[in-house]
Every structure is written in C-alpha cells, then in structure tokens.
Write a protein that binds this ligand. Structure first.
Ligand code: IMP
Ligand code: MG
Length: 191
C-alpha cells in the first residue's frame, strides 16, 4: 500500500468487519489479463457474455470493456436462497431470457465460485438451449470449497474459503459498491 490510497482499509458492514484483500489496481490488472486470454480464444466467434446477477454486474461490466472481440451481453439471476452467507444449496434461477443459443459461444461471468452449486445449476439450464460452447469466467474462486465437475477456464484470483465483499459481492446486500475486495476479519457476532 502506498500513501496514494486514500480509502480506508477497514470496512464495517452490519455486524462484521472487513479488511482489504485486493485493491482496485490488483483487480484491474487481473481483469485485463483475463480479457486478453478471452480475446485470443474467441477471435472470430459469436461470443455472448452471460452475467450472473446480482454479484457479477461489476466484473461483467469491466471485463466486457476490456474485450476487443465483438460480443453481446445477457443477464440471468441466480441466488442462493434463504441465507446471507453462502451457500444454502438452494439455488433459485430466474428465467433465462433465451429461446435459442444455437451457434453462440457462451461465457458465463461470475463474481465468485464457492461450492459451485450455482454454476452447476446454470450450466444445466443452458445445456438444453444448445449453445456452441459454454465456458466460465469468474473473478474469484474458493478451490477448497468447490465441488463441481466443470473445469473453470478463466479465474482471476483463487482465495482461501473466507467470506469476501466488494466489487459486486455483498454481505447482506451491502458492500457491492466497494471498488476493492475485502475479506472478513471479525466473526464475533456470528450466530
Ligand atoms: P456457490 O453456489 O456455493 O458457488 O455460491 C456462489 C454464490 O454465493 C455467489 O454467486 C455469491 O453470490 C455467493 N458467495 C459465495 N461466496 C461468497 C463470498 O465470499 N462473499 C459474497 N458472496 C459469496
Ligand atoms: Mg450473494
């Protein structure tokens, strides 16, 4: 950290305290790198970024703007139902806005993959729409928690299985607007 960082490195949301994990600069560099790889891999292909709401909105927006490859963007909503902390295992998918994905190369853009239950559910739903390919780009993954069998091609950061917020990720719906990513430091009020 340098003196130029005027933002606080501690954030309080609801009953928890969070400390800086990745700065906006770290994130921007990672997103650029992912964008480069995606441009190389999808040159000449009909690319569709499929953003998973809510958490994926900022990552998708930044990633989309690094790409030279012409692409369309769609949004789906998937949420782990009934808990502010992941992962309840009940994934609620809100309607896919597509009738056909034929010929489309779908790149799912996720904020974070934890157990992978959300992702499995999304991929399962997409397969029936017969896209040309399905791959996943996630800014963050917790490898120790991941139970899925899909290989995730584009990963920004692999992290320990701790709760993080910022850059789209929330704790009880707060913290999504933080430009940096923070990790929980205090669990004192956990039930
Ligand atoms: P999964 O189904 O267990 O992979 O959980 C994925 C979803 O849980 C993500 O899309 C997030 O909405 C949420 N989630 C998982 N880990 C975190 C975290 O550390 N902070 C905030 N949300 C998280
Ligand atoms: Mg969430």
């Amino acid at each position: 950290m340098t003196a130029q960082h005027t933002h606080s490195s501690l954030v309080r949301l609801h009953d928890k305290t969070f400390t800086l994990l990745y700065s906006r600069k770290d994130i921007a560099e990672q997103v650029q790198q992912l964008g480069k790889r995606i441009d190389q891999d999808y040159a000449g292909k009909d690319l569709l970024l499929l953003s998973v709401l809510k958490g994926g909105y900022i990552f998708t927006s930044d990633l989309s703007r690094t790409l030279d490859t012409p692409h369309t963007v769609e949004f789906i909503r998937a949420s782990s139902y009934g808990s502010s902390m992941p992962s309840s295992g009940h994934v609620v998918m809100q309607d896919l806005p597509f009738t056909s994905l034929e010929g489309k190369h779908v790149l799912i853009t996720e904020d974070i993959v934890d157990t992978g239950l959300t992702l499995s559910k999304i991929i399962e739903s997409l397969q029936s729409l017969h896209p040309a390919s399905i791959e996943v780009a996630t800014l963050l993954i917790k490898p120790a928690m991941y139970m899925g069998d899909v290989q995730i091609k584009y990963v920004g950061f692999s992290i320990d299985p701790l709760f993080v917020v910022g850059y789209g990720l929330d704790y009880g719906e707060l913290g999504r607007n933080l430009s940096d990513i923070y990790v929980v430091v205090s669990d004192e009020a956990e039930e």
